[in-house]
Design a protein around this ligand. Structure first.
Ligand code: ADP
Ligand code: MG
Ligand code: MG
Length: 537
């Protein structure tokens, strides 16, 4: 028998089967779940800002919606208007016309019962005078802002005194539960990193699949990697983007620190360039991935974070065929005041910008350079200054990067692509696209992309991974033989482990509860003691 092959087959089968949700099985796993009573202290420690409770946190947002819909017609209208507005924004053609007519009839006619009667001053005028002709983004945005101003006043105060908010506190209490290995089932190894492996896991009660990056505590301590591990975790938990791998949980066990993130089971783009079919990635996919990567990079930059490790290997595909940036181990936050990074060279040979190689100060522009190199590689299956598998000294790659012009010899380069890459590969930071306040998304390369729809996850991926294929190397290739001696941990180490292990990340965890149906099940007043009676107004 080929035992290694058999092991791999068994691992793959279990992993693929876990991804087919079995609702009956899940319901059995969670019959005993109930929402805890909020502790007195938890409500006081809570962030009580309107933006945080009613907009950013999915469960808070849902409960606030439910509260509004159970109140009076004015509150109902204030809840429905933003929903219908975003529906109109993302709709196309006929559906968009229909959405527009609905908004005009429902919210802008004084005789309609959903008329936005809470508007005052200028916003009220705009609303009353809104018609087919002057129905534009700017006017609607003003009405939406006025609606928010209204909601964050009296309705929000009433919400906080209602049973809906008590329910929110219960969910917050539940969210704080301690996370251990027992919370998950573990499946096969998907990849290997510098401090340990990444494996697939499934949350027992929700069925949600994730990837768990395990960092070996001993190895971290020996190599002094603690600071970077914590930094990676802190940046990951702050991002909330469709195009960056998001963190759902961080916890630790005896031997490892664990980062539980979005499962990306469609393989990385390097694999797609070199290992699947013809070398390179065809134009439709190239434009789609580049648009998502660009949006992800812009998100990091908007948080003053420089990614520093942009390359196809770090871009992973999910089951639907959308991509996300991963491995934020080299990312750094720019100090306040948006000054420059320290002069430390960081990145991968072939993707590093001239200013890094010359050890000059640098900022976000290094990511746009690396993106230029990556787009080039997706087309030509080689780098602009380094051929595929070319045996060449780093010094020579540096020389070429600093001195040579980028050549476009491959037949698949078209004009817009060449132009975009050339703009990203300007040697002077100040001349580079993306570094001068100029938005790369406006480049004609992206002509076919509607970024609003893309950011809402509404653009169909041009290629979908097969659901019965595991896009990862065989499990035996990750076997680890290196010895780590037993290292003793002191109080300082324990303090660091605790700082790292903060459990569930609010936004992601709340999404998981909603998507998996656990939110609806536990919120159903029939199923547990303290139901939410509607509020009177
Ligand atoms: P390191 O920082 O140590 O290089 P990475 O974050 O790059 O670790 O992870 C190592 C490998 O694990 C990756 O190359 C990839 O194959 C796999 N991997 C990482 N994150 C995920 C994920 N979210 N989903 C699926 N596989 C992943
Ligand atoms: Mg890596
Ligand atoms: Mg890393």
């Amino acid at each position: 028998y080929d035992l290694v092959g058999l092991d791999n087959l068994v691992a793959n089968t279990a992993y693929l089967r876990a991804q087919q949700v079995d609702y009956d099985e899940l319901r059995k796993r969670r019959v005993s779940l109930t929402l805890p009573k909020p502790k007195n202290s938890s409500g006081l420690l809570l962030d009580r800002k309107y933006e945080s409770v009613c907009e950013q946190q999915p469960i808070g947002r849902k409960l606030f919606q439910e509260f509004l819909l159970a109140s009076n017609p004015q509150y109902v209208a204030a809840a429905e208007f933003p929903e219908e507005l975003s529906h109109w924004r993302f709709a196309e053609d006929e559906a968009r016309e229909k959405a527009k007519r609905s908004i005009l009839a429902k919210f802008c006619q004084p005789e309609s019962k959903s008329f936005l009667s809470y508007l005052t001053g200028e916003a009220a005028e705009i609303c009353k005078n809104l018609s087919n002709k002057n129905f534009d983004e700017e006017a609607l945005e003003q009405i939406k802002e006025a609606t928010r101003d209204f909601l964050r006043g009296k309705p929000f105060l009433e919400f906080m005194k209602s049973p809906f908010f008590y329910r929110f506190l219960q969910w917050k209490e539940y969210e704080k539960q301690k996370i251990t290995n027992k919370y998950f089932y573990e499946f096969r190894t998907l990849g290997k990193g510098g401090f340990g492996e990444v494996c697939a896991v499934q949350v027992k009660y929700t069925g949600q699949m994730y990837a768990c990056k395990k960092l070996d505590k001993s190895r971290l301590k020996k190599k002094g990697g603690e600071r970077f591990a914590l930094l990676e975790k802190q940046i990951l938990e702050k991002v909330n983007s469709l195009f960056i791998v998001n963190l759902a949980y961080s916890y630790n066990d005896k031997t490892h620190l664990c980062l539980v993130m979005d499962l990306m089971n469609g393989g990385d783009l390097k694999f797609h360039i070199y290992e699947l079919g013809e070398r390179g990635i065809r134009m439709e996919r190239l434009i789609y991935y580049t648009a998502q990567i660009t949006t992800g990079i812009l998100h990091l930059h908007s948080m003053d974070v420089v990614y520093r490790d942009m390359k196809p290997e770090n871009v992973l595909l999910d089951a639907k065929g959308q991509c996300r940036l991963s491995d934020l181990g080299l990312a750094v936050e720019l100090p306040k005041g948006r000054t420059i990074c320290q002069k430390v060279s960081a990145g991968t040979t072939g993707y590093m910008a001239p200013e890094i190689l010359k050890q000059e100060n640098y900022r976000i522009s290094v990511d746009w350079w690396a993106l230029g190199c990556s787009i080039y590689e997706m087309v030509a299956a080689r780098l602009p200054f380094k051929d595929f598998r070319e045996k060449v000294h780093n010094e020579e790659v540096t020389r070429r990067t600093l001195e040579d012009e980028c050549k476009f010899e491959h037949k698949n380069f078209d004009d817009p692509t060449k132009d975009l890459i050339s703009r990203f590969l300007r040697k002077k930071q100040l001349h580079r696209l993306g570094s001068r306040g100029e938005d790369p998304r406006s480049h004609r390369f992206f002509q076919s992309i509607n970024f609003h729809r893309l950011e809402a996850g509404l653009v169909e991926p041009p290629w979908v991974p097969k659901s019965n294929v595991v896009y990862a190397r065989n499990t035996d290739e990750f076997r680890d033989n290196s010895e780590v001696e037993n290292i003793k941990f002191d109080a300082k180490d324990e303090k660091f482990f605790n700082e790292f292990s903060t459990g569930a990340v609010s936004v992601r965890w709340q999404k998981e509860m909603i998507d998996s149906g656990v939110f609806d099940e536990l919120n159903d007043p029939k199923l547990n003691g303290h139901g939410c009676e509607s509020v009177h107004n």
